[in-house]
Write a protein that binds this ligand. Structure first.
Ligand code: SF4
Length: 274
């Protein structure tokens, strides 16, 4: 777990999975891939294998050791619901989130159909937990909007959209059942442009639907030049966050031990090309 994150809408990141594969236009300039590939072949580095998918079971118990409640972005360097992650392993991640319940977890995916399937089945025990927020990425109409429909049909106490990088006007969105919307433009070399009217349209739709709205950034090649103000102000709204007392240290240790007794190591699934 990284104690401090530079991501505006979270406090910390936790990566029990590393690596991913691209699935839609929002992945084009994936920051996680750029970061991970920089270290490919560097002996002993966590990203020695670049952006190849790896399960990292030694990271699973980290939330038990972190005793101040945090907003935790789960798998900021990966996607928990990608097909190569075995369902048993996704279940183990969900078990940790339900047991270390003094944190608030933000789980974001582009694999919205698998999110729905698993939360309806094997991960059902984690769906109604108010301290676990389940979200999908929405970068455009073609790939992003159908994910909202999948999320809406997923049993979840808190649902959110990460509309980043926003690549086009999304038009009218159905925000029924959605609790939080984050919007941001792309940043870094080759960043694709964002238009103010696209952002304003989403903000107005959130306002009308009573959905919390968070404007992350305008982005651009040098994002610090453009900041994160929209029409003169920042938007930093969040869904309601529940507060759970942090157990004594000994209790945290015994929760972690109890989890480890039930955990069975698994390997990533090898996917046979169609
Ligand atoms: S799904 Fe996310 S982590 Fe995976 S390649 Fe796309 S942007 Fe990167």
């Amino acid at each position: 777990m990284s104690l401090h994150s530079h991501i505006e809408w979270t406090d910390a990141t936790w990566n029990p999975v590393r690596g991913c594969t691209k699935i839609s236009p929002g992945c084009k300039h994936c920051y996680a891939e750029t970061f991970a590939e920089r270290f490919r072949g560097v002996k002993g580095h966590p990203y020695e294998q670049g952006f190849d998918l790896r399960l990292v079971p030694e990271k699973l118990t980290e939330p038990f050791t972190w005793r101040a409640p945090k907003l935790v972005f789960v798998n900021s360097m990966s996607d928990l619901f990608q097909p190569g992650v075995p369902a048993e392993y996704a279940e183990a991640v969900a078990q940790v989130m339900t047991k270390a319940n003094w944190h608030t977890y933000q789980v974001l995916t582009k694999r919205s159909e698998r999110l729905k399937e698993l939360l309806q089945g094997r991960l059902r025990f984690a769906a109604d937990q108010k301290h676990i927020w389940w979200g999908v990425s929405v970068e455009d109409r073609k790939y992003g909007l159908p994910r909202i429909e999948h999320l809406r049909n997923t049993p979840a106490a808190v649902r959110f959209l990460s509309v980043e990088p926003l690549l086009e006007d999304l038009g009218e969105m159905d925000l029924t059942g959605i609790n939080w919307v984050i919007v941001g433009g792309e940043s870094g070399p080759g960043a694709r442009p964002i238009r103010k009217e696209w952002v304003v349209s989403i903000r107005e739709q959130c306002k009308a639907a009573g959905v919390a709205f968070f404007f992350k950034q305008w982005g651009g090649t040098r994002k610090s030049l453009h900041g994160r103000k929209l029409e003169g102000r920042t938007y930093d709204e969040y869904p309601e966050r529940i507060s759970t007392p942090v157990p004594e240290r000994a209790r945290c240790v015994s929760l972690a031990d109890a989890f480890l007794k039930t955990f069975r190591p698994v390997q990533p699934q090898r996917l046979v090309p169609a």
